[in-house]
Unconditional design. Sequence first.
Length: 85
Amino acid sequence: MTATIIDGEAIAADLNAQTARRAEELAHAQTPPKLVAVEMGENPAGRLYASMQARKCKSVGIDYELISVPAGADEAELIHTIKRI
């Protein structure tokens, strides 16, 4: 078997364009796409990941919301937050 070289940047650009087109179609159909992320506690790495999610969503026309749950919250509060979404 021979190796195949792929162009990851081109593939990513194509996927982003497809996602943007689909997001626009959904928005025109009165069903705008939205990603809601839940963050438990204050974690710098998690916050960085969430900001990258927000930036990517914005670039393809998807609404983004980050909900922060306090670190001391119990399981019931976390489940309530998820069900509310």
